[in-house]
Design a protein around this ligand. Structure first.
Ligand code: URA
Length: 424
């Protein structure tokens, strides 16, 4: 077998066998298959797709390319949550301590920002001292002790995905449903949780731009989860506008803290409560209405916030250290009307340009910068009223570019739904 045979078979819409996929993935990891050959195969997969059997085989080969965490030393059911990536998506920072405050075990490995989307690990590192690199033993002990640990992925968790993802990023092959499904699920399976919940974002600020594709991706991930007998539930949520008001690392942590104290934005709260009640329902077998009451109680009586404080302390962070830039620029509307659209993708890119994200792997994040919206879709704005504040340090912004992210019209349009579907 040669890699050319494999590429030619995929080019001819043939189903690749497990042996062919093993030969390819292992060969690529070892270096006998070159970047340019793998790129050709990835493009053939993007264009011609994969069968369910190929996707499940590919996921399994990727899982076995590195370590698989054994979380059997943690007592109780362990839940994991993942987002396919959005703008202002600080859901994990609220959801994880909220569930942990109710006794659910959260042993979670998170990622860093990718493209215009932020990552939980970068957000946590905006808290001075917060250690995201625990050993496996420390990770397990902490979950047993306080129900929660949030850490960055260890170097040897699905190394095949790391190498392939980096190549996809620079070869226009990220937005392939089989490749995304196997990439996300290989990391979830290798991380060892019992229940997997995935927030599939759809819309302008997300990888999936339309609902049909988001549903297809969700169905593939549920099938992979089923193949491992791990209950997998996908929530499809709208990412046409940023989630909540804050974009940028420290700013998002502060908004998450407000939410944990019962004072969060309604859209963020809706996603958190929906995801959390699915997990509570699955683990504790409580009806949805009762689960929601319980969750609101944990937010209003500060138990969820206290769990977050406990988490920060356990991982050596100083919760009083969170700082935002004092160089603040107000963006004011040049007309009056209803805000009918806010371009999440473009705002995510602007936040990245001013330092909230990385353009190259070597870039250093500026935790103190970002954007805080003052208006959301559906709000009315007067001429000269503030649309957003930009927190800057050493980079400049273009006011007209930020203004162009807001579509303001005389007539109010119907606001799109936030939770679009649940697939399990
Ligand atoms: N997130 C991942 O982990 N992998 C993808 O392929 C896309 C988003």
């Amino acid at each position: 077998m040669t890699i050319i045979d494999v590429i030619n078979r995929k080019k001819a819409f043939k189903e690749l066998s497990r042996e062919e996929l093993e030969f390819t993935i292992n060969g690529y990891l070892e270096g006998s298959i070159k970047d340019y050959q793998m790129s050709a195969l990835l493009m053939a997969i993007l264009l011609n797709g994969m069968t369910d059997k190929e996707i499940i085989d590919l996921t399994d080969i990727m899982v076995k390319s590195g370590d698989v965490l054994d979380l059997s030393k943690i007592d109780g059911i362990i839940a994991d949550k993942h987002s396919t990536g959005g703008v202002g998506d600080k859901v994990t920072l609220v959801l994880a301590p909220l569930l942990a405050s109710l006794g659910i075990k959260i042993a979670k490995m998170s990622g860093r920002g990718l493209g215009h989307t932020g990552g939980t690990i970068d957000k946590l590192e905006s808290i001075k001292g917060f250690n995201t690199k625990l050993s496996e033993e420390e990770f397990i002990n902490q979950v047993n002790k306080i129900n929660i640990a949030l850490v960055s992925q260890t170097a040897n968790l699905v190394p095949a995905d790391k190498k392939i993802y980096a190549l996809r990023d620079v070869t226009g092959t990220v937005d392939s449903i089989p490749l995304i499904a196997s990439s996300v699920m290989s990391k979830k399976i290798a991380s060892g949780a019992d229940i997997i919940l995935i927030d599939v974002k759809v819309g302008n600020g997300a990888l999936m731009k339309n609902l049909d594709d988001a549903k297809k991706l969700a169905e593939k991930m549920v099938k992979i989860g089923n193949a491992y007998r791990k209950p997998t539930i996908c929530l499809i949520t709208n990412m046409e506008e940023p989630l909540g008001y804050a974009i940028g690392n420290s700013l998002e942590v502060l908004e998450a803290i407000d939410t944990l104290n019962g004072k969060g934005p309604s859209d963020l709260l809706e996603v958190v409560i929906t995801l959390a009640s699915i997990i509570i329902g699955a683990v504790k077998k409580i009806p949805n209405g009762d689960a929601q009451k319980l969750l609101f109680k944990q937010l209003n009586n500060k138990e969820a916030y206290k769990k977050f404080e406990e988490l920060v302390k356990a991982q050596s962070g100083d919760i009083n250290s969170i700082k935002v830039s004092d160089k603040v620029f107000s963006i004011r509307s040049d007309k009056k009307g209803y805000v009918n659209k806010i371009n999440a993708l473009k705002l995510g890119e602007i936040a990245k340009q001013i330092g909230a994200g990385r353009s190259t792997l070597e870039d250093k994040i500026d935790y103190e910068v970002g954007i805080v919206l003052n208006k959301k879709v559906g709000d009315y704005v007067e001429k000269e009223e503030e649309l957003a504040k930009v927190y800057l340090s050493d980079k400049d912004i273009s006011i007209s570019e930020i203004l162009s992210c807001f579509i303001i019209e005389d007539e109010l349009k119907e606001k799109p739904k936030l939770i679009l579907d649940i697939i399990k």
